[in-house]
Design a protein around this ligand. Structure first.
Ligand code: NAD
Length: 269
């Protein structure tokens, strides 16, 4: 009989947490074995299915991640940077595959994942969807083919609850454009946080964040030169695409050598 991996979802009550719980319980390739929320959350001690307003799922929401991880083969984590760092250490201790969807992590926080990655598989991506990861590859290709006559602008739109800007996906696209062009993103990026106050460097990579309503996630990469423009676009209309990608990553990571991976590895792009 094939072994069906047990999965814990952290941030169970969140927008992505609830979508992940639905996706895992609907799948015949994985089992939901735990749901974690922060201490003091009113879901603690409740059945997660009931807390979501549906049928009981036989999984009680806990604020003890290590106890939950000890029952599991994978942890899917879409929470917040500080929480994700704590979960990385505990997932490594429990030898669980740690799928990280959390965005807004600083370079220092990303570097701090390294000790955990010596003991466990970590799959981290600012966007878990097949479409966006294809868009990243296309962006790299187009940037490599075009010279600096083309300015590159990454324009993203999300719901008004989103805390980080630019989005993790926008940064992935900016990194891909910089890599394709053979430059360092830090040297050419204008994150557009303070608005545009004057002319911009030729060949720059700029970022623009729109926040409003219930937009799930939209990303355009604009390549603009005198006389012509190219636009690559991805529109997410359903969070299920991220949850399906994350589940795929949790299954893919089983039995892999410890280390850090991303969705390009998982999807074989
Ligand atoms: P959300 O605010 O709805 O949910 C976050 C949840 O994490 C909350 O329920 C919160 O209580 C919980 N949490 C925070 N700290 C915790 C802790 N210490 N222990 C346990 N639970 C804790 O946010 P969301 O929209 O679900 O997004 C979550 C993260 O996922 C964000 O960083 C977002 O940018 C990212 N995201 C990534 C992708 C992707 O494909 N990589 C897609 C969508 C969202």
């Amino acid at each position: 009989m094939t072994h069906i991996p047990g999965i814990v979802v952290t941030g169970a009550s969140g927008r992505m947490g609830q979508m992940l719980i639905k996706t895992i319980t609907d799948s015949d390739q994985a089992r939901l074995v735990g749901a974690v929320e922060r201490t003091g959350h009113d879901w603690i001690g409740q059945d997660v299915g009931t807390a979501m307003g549906g049928q009981p799922l036989g999984v009680t929401v806990t604020d003890d991640p290590l106890e939950a991880f000890a029952q599991a083969q994978a942890v899917i984590d879409f929470t917040a940077p500080e929480a994700t760092l704590e979960f990385a250490a505990l997932a490594a201790q429990a030898r669980c595959v740690h799928v990280i969807g959390t965005t807004g992590m600083s370079d220092e926080q990303i570097a701090a994942l390294e000790p955990a990655a010596r003991h466990a598989v970590i799959v981290r991506a600012g966007n878990m969807s097949l479409g966006v990861n294809l868009l990243v590859q296309l962006t790299k290709k187009v940037a490599a083919a075009l010279d600096e006559d083309f300015d590159i602008e990454v324009i993203e739109a999300h719901h008004h609850h989103k805390v980080d800007a630019p989005s993790g996906t926008a940064l992935m696209l900016g990194e891909a454009a910089a890599e394709g062009r053979g430059v360092n993103l830090a040297d050419v990026a204008d994150r557009g946080r303070d608005g545009i106050t004057g002319a911009r460097e030729r060949g720059h990579i700029g970022f623009h964040a729109i926040r409003g309503g219930d937009i799930v996630g939209e990303h355009d990469v604009l390549f603009a030169a005198p006389g012509e423009r190219i636009v690559l676009r991805h529109v997410a209309t359903d969070r299920a695409i991220f949850a399906r990608g994350a589940l795929k990553a949790a299954l893919w990571g089983q039995g892999k050598t410890p280390g850090q991976y991303d969705m390009v590895d998982v999807l074989g792009l």
